[in-house]
Design a protein around this ligand. Structure first.
Ligand SMILES: [Zn+2]
Length: 490
C-alpha cells in the first residue's frame, strides 16, 4: 500500500503484514514467511498466506523482521529536554545537577516538553510501551503536564509518579496528589493506554519514613517502582526495611538492583518482584555492574530500560546490545582472573530480545495484552526492514539481527493498539516539530537559570586524570612526535 493510504489507515481498515520473519516471543518461536493480520486494535491472525477481509491494507514485510513492540520499564522522560547534556557525568554529578542544584528550575511546561520529545523518540525506535519514571513532579501541575504529554502521544505509557525534591511519605499522602489520582485515574480500566504507578526510593534511614508512602501505594492499589541497589545511594538495608515492612510484592519493580548482596536477591525472588536492568546507564554512571548474571541465578524476571536521555538515546536496541555485552564481558573477566576460558555463553540474543518485549510486559502485568505476537493480543507491532542497510542482510539469526545488527533507522513500521504511528520510516500522526519547539524553549529557560558558567561546567565536568605508567622501552621517533600519534616510518 502507499504511504498516503497508511496515513489514512486509522479509520479502522484491517492491516496485514506479508512475508515477514515473525518473532512471536510467545513460546511459538520464529515463523518464517509469516503473515500477521490486524483488525481494529487486535492481532486477529498469525500464519502463512492468510486470506484477509476485503479492503485490508497490505504491508510488504519481505526481508524484514516483525516483532512485538518493545517495552521500556524505566525512563525519566522529562530529562529528554536536556538530551545528551550529561554524556560525561558520573552518577554523583547527575545527583548534584538534578537533586541538589537544578531540578527545581523545571516548570510544568518543561516536564511536558521533555515527555513529548521522549514519547516521539520511543515510538520512532519501536518502543511502544514506556514507563515514565517521572520524578520531576514538584507540584501536581507538573504531574498534569507530564500526563498531558503522555495522553496526547499515540503510545502506551505508565506514568510512574515521583518527586525527587519532595519526601515520598508527604507527597503521596497530600490532598493535592490524592485528588489528582482520583480525577485522572479514578476509573482506570484495563484498556487505558496510560496507567499509573508510584516511583520513589528507599534511602535506608532506619526510621523507614518511606513506610507511609508504601501504605499509600497499597491503599491506592498502585504498583511501586524503586531505584534499588544503586552504589552509594540505596542498599541492602533499603531492601531489608521493605521486606520487614511487608512491602515487597509481585508488582514491585526494582530498578538497577546492581549492587546488592545475595540476601536481597533472595528477597526479591521470594516476593515475586522483578528487575529493570538499565545496562548502558549502569556501565556509564556506576550504579553497579548490570546484574543479569545474578538475576538468572535467582530466577528473577528481567525487563530492560534506558534510564535517561540526558546520557543515552531512548532506544532498546542499544539497551539490548549493552545488556548482552555487559553480561558476557563480566563472565570473561571473571574467567580470565581465574586463568579460565568461557567456552559456552550462558546468555543468548534470544533471551535478551524476550526481555525487551514480553519481559517488560510481564513486569507491568500487561502480558495478557501485549509483549508477544499472539492472536487476541493488542496490536503493538514493529517491522524492522531497511532495504538500504547492508546490516539488515542476510538475516541468518533473527534474534542476533535484532540485538547486534539493527538500530532505530531500521524501524520501518510501528503500530500501537492497532494504530499506525510510523510507516516507511516516517512518523505518522506524531508532531516532532511541536515537540522540538517545546524543548527549545526549555533549553533556553534552563540555560538562563543556570548561567553560562554552570552550563559550561555541566557540559564539560571536571575530568579525572590518568597517570602515565613509566615505559621501559624507548621509541625515539614516537616520543618526538608532537601530535602524540605514532611517528611515520619514513
Ligand atoms: Zn533511573
Amino acid at each position: 500500500m502507499n504511504p498516503d493510504e497508511v496515513r489514512a489507515a486509522n479509520g479502522g481498515r484491517p492491516i496485514v503484514f506479508r512475508n515477514a520473519t515473525v518473532l512471536t516471543m510467545d513460546g511459538q518461536g520464529i515463523l518464517e514467511n509469516g503473515d500477521v493480520l490486524v483488525v481494529g486494535e487486535d492481532i486477529a491472525e498469525v500464519g502463512r498466506a492468510l486470506a484477509v477481509p476485503d479492503g485490508t491494507l497490505e504491508v510488504d514485510a519481505t526481508g524484514g523482521i516483525l516483532m512485538p513492540g518493545m517495552v521500556d520499564t524505566h525512563r525519566h522522560m522529562w530529562q529528554t529536554a536536556l538530551r545528551g547534556l550529561g554524556a560525561d557525568w558520573t552518577l554523583s554529578q547527575y545527583f548534584v545537577f538534578y537533586y541538589l542544584s537544578w531540578g527545581k528550575v523545571f516548570r510544568p511546561q518543561d516536564i511536558r516538553a521533555g515527555n513529548l520529545l521522549s514519547a516521539v523518540e520511543a515510538l520512532d525506535a519501536g518502543v511502544t510501551t514506556t514507563v515514565d519514571w517521572s520524578h520531576g513532579l514538584q507540584t501536581v501541575e507538573h504531574g498534569e503536564a507530564a500526563l498531558d504529554a503522555l495522553r496526547t502521544s499515540p503510545g502506551r505509557f505508565v506514568l510512574a509518579y515521583g518527586n525527587l525534591l519532595g519526601a515520598p511519605w508527604e507527597w503521596t499522602n497530600s490532598a493535592d496528589f490524592r485528588s489528582f489520582v482520583a480525577r485522572e485515574f479514578g476509573s482506570q480500566s484495563h484498556d487505558d493506554l496510560v496507567r499509573l504507578q508510584l516511583a520513589f526510593d528507599v534511602t535506608g534511614d532506619p526510621a523507614f519514613p518511606e513506610k507511609a508512602a508504601f501504605e499509600a501505594a497499597r491503599e491506592l492499589g498502585l504498583p511501586v517502582t524503586t531505584h534499588a541497589g544503586v552504589w552509594g545511594a540505596t542498599t541492602d538495608e533499603s531492601i531489608r526495611l521493605m521486606w520487614d515492612g511487608g512491602f515487597m510484592t509481585p508488582t514491585t519493580t526494582y530498578v538497577h538492583a546492581s549492587s546488592l548482596g545475595q540476601d536481597s536477591y533472595h528477597r526479591i525472588a521470594a516476593s515475586g518482584g522483578s528487575v529493570s536492568v538499565a545496562a548502558e546507564s549502569e556501565l556509564n554512571a556506576g550504579q553497579g555492574h548490570p546484574p543479569t548474571w545474578q538475576l538468572r541465578k535467582h530466577g528473577i524476571p528481567v525487563s530492560l530500560s534506558m534510564d535517561t536521555s540526558v546520557w543515552m538515546s531512548g532506544d532498546l536496541f542499544s539497551a539490548m546490545r549493552a545488556t548482552l555485552s555487559a553480561d558476557r564481558g563480566r563472565e570473561h573477566v571473571e574467567a580470565h582472573l581465574g586463568g579460565d576460558t568461557v567456552v559456552h555463553n550462558r546468555l543468548r540474543a534470544e533471551e535478551v530480545a524476550h526481555w525487551a518485549t514480553i519481559g517488560g510486559a510481564k513486569v507491568l502485568g500487561l502480558d495478557d495484552r501485549i509483549g508477544s505476537i499472539t492472536v487476541g493480543k493488542k496490536a503493538d507491532l514493529v517491522l524492522l526492514k531497511n532495504d538500504r542497510s547492508p546490516a539488515m542482510y542476510p538475516i541468518l539469526h533473527p534474534y542476533g539481527t535484532v540485538v547486534f545488527q539493527a538500530g532505530r533507522g531500521d524501524v520501518h513500521t510501528v503500530l500501537v493498539n492497532g494504530r499506525v504511528v510510523k510507516h516507511e520510516h516516517d512518523l505518522v500522526g506524531v508532531d516532532l516539530s511541536a515537540a522540538k519547539h517545546a524543548v527549545a524553549n526549555t533549553v533556553e529557560h534552563a540555560r538562563a537559570e543556570l548561567g553560562e558558567e554552570a552550563w559550561r561546567e555541566s557540559v564539560t565536568p571536571e575530568l579525572a586524570t590518568t597517570e602515565r605508567i613509566p615505559n621501559p622501552y624507548t621509541y625515539t621517533e614516537y616520543e618526538g612526535a608532537e601530535t602524540g600519534h605514532r611517528a611515520q616510518q619514513d
